[in-house]
Design a binder for this molecule. Structure first.
Ligand SMILES: *Cc1c(COP(=O)(O)O)cnc(C)c1O
Length: 432
């Protein structure tokens, strides 16, 4: 199957090293200033406060609190909502584990909603199917930088009085009807991990317009110590989730580059969209109506009735061009990971799953048709702000050529079945 000759390749910038990241003199100066000041803690330094003020201003929200990872940001958001043990938090079957385990650490049950197989995002329909009178919050993840259909989700959540947390780790500055994601629900949680748009290696931030949630989030990041209060105390169970001044200084400079980072990714995605349009067997992602996509990753859907071995086959064919891609993203839904299948939590208690309604922890495959279909079809391609037109064109050309080597003949395509027709989740009413 694999061609014998090595193809002409160019090296694509990688977000795992400086080739795909934008650290320059500004970051070096900021970090140097911190070191020379000798103040590395944000409770004493100026950069943590500056980052929070700048981030809040950029997003147009009242409050932003920096923390030391995206997982910490999600944890802080959940702790602010303050579920009781056994309360349920609806989340997505396809996300980073760092967005899920904080739910259990706060004693709540993650209840997985299915996703749209076209976007791998939860929808109002899939969320509604798993709501119960124990639902305390809904977490939506704008996967790959492509926003969820927030108008419908907010209408549902508001009608039930359930707060929405937006996991914005992969989608900073993405918009729905001109509003930044992360500011549409009650709380937005961002990650500054190595591979995210804005990076400090590890880091995160939470945003909100709600005074009470803001107070609890600030406290949760700070061991619930009432800084500045007349009779300060440790008010409730909380952690030290603060970032350092070194990270904050880096983030202040990275934030100034975020608009350009997003714009460049969008420009590169446009080249890819145009060059890949109309290739039989692969489909590019489209942002929902009224939304902008910020391309944490650039994804394709690969039709395995037309492409041998679908996304896996195409990924193999792309290796010939030195293009590393991730077929099936995280490969399996989150609920297939041991932490959920064996309920490995605190000691041998299985807490909080021992408090769960059986339906809330029923992970039968037939409940998740969109998840399995979506993961089966998706091919995740790298993209970052250091790409130039030549990189995008090389990537597109490599995909075009690779597709030719794995395309099935017409007869074989017919043998692999007429594509099943409508969407396995919405029947084509919403996503097609
Ligand atoms: C990266 C990521 C997280 C976790 O962030 P960390 O900084 O790695 O802890 C959470 N949710 C999503 C969707 C992510 O992509």
């Amino acid at each position: 199957m694999s061609p014998k000759t090595q193809k002409q390749t160019i090296k694509l910038p990688s977000d795992q090293d400086i080739s795909g990241r934008t650290f320059g003199a500004e970051e070096i100066a900021a970090v140097t200033e911190v070191l020379q000041s000798g103040v590395l803690i944000t409770t004493k330094g100026r950069f943590g406060k500056q980052l929070e003020a700048s981030f809040a201003e950029k997003l147009g929200v009242k409050y932003a609190y920096a923390c030391n990872s995206g997982s910490a940001a999600v944890h802080t958001a959940i702790a602010a909502i303050n579920p009781n043990p056994g309360d349920e938090i609806v989340t997505t079957s396809i996300t980073d584990m760092g967005a899920l385990t904080p739910i259990m650490f706060q004693g709540a049950i993650p209840v997985f909603a299915d996703v749209c197989p076209k976007t791998l995002n939860v929808t109002a329909q899939t969320i509604e199917a798993v709501l119960s009178d124990k639902t305390k919050a809904i977490i939506v993840t704008h996967l790959f930088g492509n926003p969820c259909m927030m108008n419908e989700i907010m209408a549902l959540a508001d009608s039930r009085g359930i707060p929405v947390i937006e996991d914005t780790a992969q989608s900073p500055l993405a918009t729905v009807d001109g509003k930044y994601v992360g500011t549409i629900g009650k709380i937005g949680a961002f990650s500054f991990q190595q591979g995210k748009h804005l990076t400090t290696g590890e880091g995160g931030i939470v945003v909100t317009n709600d005074d009470d949630l803001a107070r609890r989030m600030f406290l949760f990041i700070n061991k619930a110590w009432g800084y500045g209060d007349a009779n300060a105390d440790h008010y409730f169970s909380a952690l030290n989730y603060r970032m350092t001044e070194l990270q904050a200084a880096l983030a202040v400079e990275q934030l100034k580059k975020l608009d350009a980072c997003v714009a460049q990714r969008q420009k590169m995605a446009k080249i890819l969209d145009e060059k890949l349009a109309g290739i039989d067997g692969i489909e590019v992602y489209q942002a929902a109506r009224g939304a902008t996509h910020v391309y944490w990753k650039y994804c394709l859907r690969v039709d395995d009735t037309k492409i041998q071995d679908g996304a896996v086959g195409l990924a193999k064919a792309l290796k010939v061009y030195d293009v590393a891609s991730a077929p099936r993203y995280v490969v399996k839904p989150a609920f297939k990971c041991q932490v959920f299948t064996e309920q490995n939590t605190l000691g041998d208690s299985h807490f909080p799953f021992n408090l769960a309604r059986p339906e809330a922890v029923d992970y039968s495959e037939e409940k998740f048709p969109g998840t399995f279909k979506g993961l089966h079809d998706v091919l995740v391609l790298p993209i970052n702000e250091k790409y130039e037109a030549a990189h995008a064109e090389f990537l597109a050309d490599s995909i075009k050529e690779a597709v030719k080597t794995v395309r099935r003949g017409d007869a074989e395509t017919r043998r692999h079945g007429e594509s099943a027709g409508g969407c396995v989740v919405c029947g084509g009413n919403i996503c097609q």
